[in-house]
Design a protein around this ligand. Structure first.
Ligand SMILES: [Zn+2]
Length: 130
């Protein structure tokens, strides 16, 4: 199954220098707020350490739907301990983990701008980082 993981190059840009993903950990696009220039639109979040990065690599992993659901449940329980665990939330999270991968060849490093994802080697989106 194609999923997103932190790159194994040892270099992964982060908006917070004290908050680094570990190479290879599973990522998904971070939930974004409604501020148009907020960093959250550029970020992927680790489903295990909750660290954030702006690069994600498409990897092919042997993983079952049940394992993905377990990861999603653990994530929700950890981040929202006071909320009841809803199946819809678990499904949404699994969807967030699995939906980007099929659009890219394995090994591609991608970045995001809101809901748009692109190969970092492409140059088709506006870049107003500066
Ligand atoms: Zn935000």
């Amino acid at each position: 199954m194609k999923l997103l993981a932190a790159t194994d190059t040892g270099w992964s840009p982060a908006t917070d220098p004290n908050n680094h993903v570990l190479s290879g950990e599973l990522l998904m696009p971070a939930e974004q707020c409604d501020k148009p220039h907020c960093y959250c639109r550029r970020e992927f979040i680790s489903v295990t350490t909750y660290c954030r990065t702006m690069h994600a690599q498409v990897v092919d992993l042997e993983i079952t739907d049940e394992q993905l659901e377990d990861i999603a449940r653990a994530y929700i329980t950890e981040l929202y301990p006071d909320d009841p665990l809803e199946d819809d939330d678990v499904n949404d999270l699994v969807h967030a983990m699995i939906s980007p991968g099929p659009d890219f060849p394995v090994g591609t490093v991608i970045e995001r701008w809101g809901y748009e994802l692109r190969d970092i080697r492409d140059n088709t989106l506006s870049d107003d980082d500066d």
